[in-house]
Design a protein around this ligand. Structure first.
Ligand SMILES: [Zn+2]
Length: 208
């Protein structure tokens, strides 16, 4: 089951992690996790460009290694890239040193392939042990979300994904989609509708 909106009670337990961005008016922050993946990331870039919208891509280091050109296209399109670990690790199952090394390795490939430094970090699955969070917060912004599209959950139909994400947005919301293998077909069905909804209702997208 997907809870499309992260309850404020949960957000309050981890106040140093960013769940929403203080914003005035109709501003939202779109994020895409797990790329770059051919057939997904390029599709997203194209749909954003058509509507002149911006997003942040939390990339997996190993995918940047495999598809550096696609990662470069994200930057060249004036979007933003954040670190999502090198191997898409589960924080709760990974010891501190291994986890931090994997985050560093992702930073390293971003520097090597793109000449990029980023302070933005999102933990895969939203999982972080307190020790991991404490270390990472020394040098990174830990970006969570308040609106989960549920695009990866095939117990939900396309309609539910669209409804669940559009209806839960408010000013400063951080919304998560996935540009990955599993979701790339679905993105072609839900993302255009979602983006049109934003544009039609006067929402603006910004970078984190
Ligand atoms: Zn992920």
């Amino acid at each position: 089951m997907v809870i499309h909106k992260v309850p404020s009670s949960i957000q309050a337990v981890f106040p140093k992690r960013e769940w929403k961005i203080p914003a005035e008016g109709k501003t939202v922050f779109l994020t895409f996790d797990d790329g770059p993946v051919p057939g997904a990331t390029d599709f997203v870039l194209n749909e954003l460009a058509k509507r002149n919208q911006q997003a942040t891509f939390f990339v997996v280091g190993d995918n940047v290694r495999k598809h550096a050109d696609l990662a470069r296209a994200v930057i060249e399109s004036a979007h933003q890239i954040g670190n999502h670990t090198y191997h898409h690790l589960k924080g709760w199952k990974t010891d501190l040193e291994t986890y931090l090394n994997d985050v560093d390795r992702c930073d390293q490939i971003l520097a090597d392939k793109l000449g990029l430094e980023t302070k933005l970090f999102r933990p895969p699955y939203g999982q972080l042990r307190p020790s991991q969070a404490k270390e990472l917060l020394q040098s990174k912004r830990v970006i969570m979300w308040d609106v989960l599209s549920g695009d990866y959950d095939f117990d939900l139909n396309d309609e539910q994904v669209i409804k669940g994400s559009t209806e839960k947005i408010d000013a400063g919301s951080i919304v998560v989609f996935h540009d990955q293998e599993k979701t790339k077909e679905r993105l072609t069905r839900v993302l255009p509708t979602f983006l049109d909804y934003l544009v039609d209702r006067g929402w603006k997208t910004e970078l984190l």
